[in-house]
Structures are given as structure tokens and as C-alpha cells.
Design a protein. Structure first.
Length: 202
């Protein structure tokens, strides 16, 4: 097996799925949406949505209910990068060979784009209810996603990152950085969807 080709195949599949959830660049909010999409489409390995999809499949999942969560987790990851790059944080001008969002759109618009990506992530995750409205596992998955993106997850790591504090080693949800969103002490995001779909997978 050609591992590079295999990774490329998975990346292409994830890319096609997650980009389908991006908002259209129109209306009076067009500029902030352009900044959101610029950040989201800046490249990357897409490991988070790939891991989520393959974990779901590993346990027999076949529904498209996982797809909004794939897009949501990548939006949360992207928002964290946009805010990390800000002058008040890491003050980076380039990421993956491209100018960072605050350099292209200005600091204020970059802050708004990051805020918008985080909020839109949960609007996107909630679209899973359109696919399986009777699946109670979706609500639990959204709760875990929000908790691990918040003050007890990603946000709590930021005060320590500039100092490379060893305290991080004691925080289970930070072991994988924001990839830790995929796991929690209670299980995984996908597990709550899987538990409710195993009896009637489509």
C-alpha cells in the first residue's frame, strides 16, 4: 500500500465533505465570511475530520450524520489558529506559506472571523439533527464538543502555551492539543452518535 496515496485519498474525501459546509460569500456580512473561508481553505492535513470519520466507520457507522461534526471540528481548529496568529497572541504573519488572516483582512476582521468560525461550528454541528432528528446522541456530542472547545479545554491551554508550562502534561484533554476535542474522559464525540445508530445504521 502506498501510504502517501492513501493519506491523500482520505484528505481529498474529508476536504470535499467539510468544504461543502462553508457559508456562501454574499450579503452584508460578505467580508467576514470571506475571511472565514480564507482561513479555512488555507490548507492543512485535515487530520481531525479524517480521524473522526474513520473512527465512526471503524465502529460500523455509515450515516452522513458524522459529516457536520467533521466540518465543525475543523472550523474550531481553524478559529484557534486565526486567534493564535493575532498580534496579541503569537503575532505570526505567515501560516503554511500564506499570509495570516489578520495580515490580509486586518486585526479586527480576523478577530471577527475567528469568532464567526467558532459560532458557525456549532450551527454546523446542529445540522446533524436535520439528518437524524431522533438521534439523542447528537445533543450529547454537541455538549462534549462545546466543553472541549471552551474554558475546560482549548481556551484553558492558552495562558500556559507561551511559557511551555509543564502543567499541560497533567491535563488529559490537552494531550493532543485541539485534536483532544475528539476525545474526552466520558468517551468520544462519535461514540454518542454511534451508540444511537448501531441498531439502525443507514
Amino acid at each position: 500500500m502506498d501510504i502517501k496515496a492513501e493519506i491523500g485519498r482520505h484528505t481529498d474525501e474529508a476536504e470535499q465533505i467539510i468544504t461543502s459546509y462553508l457559508p456562501e460569500e454574499k450579503g452584508y456580512q460578505k467580508t467576514v465570511i470571506e475571511a472565514m473561508n480564507y482561513s479555512f481553505l488555507a490548507g492543512g492535513k485535515r487530520l481531525r475530520p479524517i480521524l473522526m470519520l474513520e473512527t465512526y466507520r471503524l465502529f460500523g457507522g455509515k450515516s452522513k450524520v458524522i459529516e457536520p461534526f467533521m466540518a465543525a471540528i475543523e472550523m474550531i481548529h481553524t478559529y484557534s489558529l486565526v486567534h493564535d496568529d493575532l498580534p496579541a497572541m503569537d503575532n505570526d504573519e505567515y501560516r503554511r506559506g500564506k499570509k495570516t488572516t489578520h495580515v490580509v483582512y486586518g486585526e479586527a476582521m480576523a478577530i471577527l472571523a475567528g469568532d464567526a468560525l467558532l459560532t458557525y461550528a456549532f450551527e454546523t454541528a446542529a445540522k446533524a439533527l436535520d439528518i437524524e432528528p431522533q438521534n439523542p446522541g447528537i445533543g450529547k456530542a454537541i455538549r462534549i464538543l462545546s466543553a472541549k472547545a471552551g474554558i475546560y479545554g482549548m481556551v484553558s491551554s492558552r495562558p500556559y502555551v507561551p511559557y511551555e508550562c509543564n502543567l499541560l502534561k497533567g491535563l488529559p484533554y490537552l494531550e493532543l492539543g485541539d485534536a483532544g476535542l475528539i476525545k474526552s474522559e466520558e468517551g468520544t464525540i462519535v461514540s454518542y452518535i454511534i451508540k444511537r445508530t448501531m441498531k439502525g445504521i443507514h
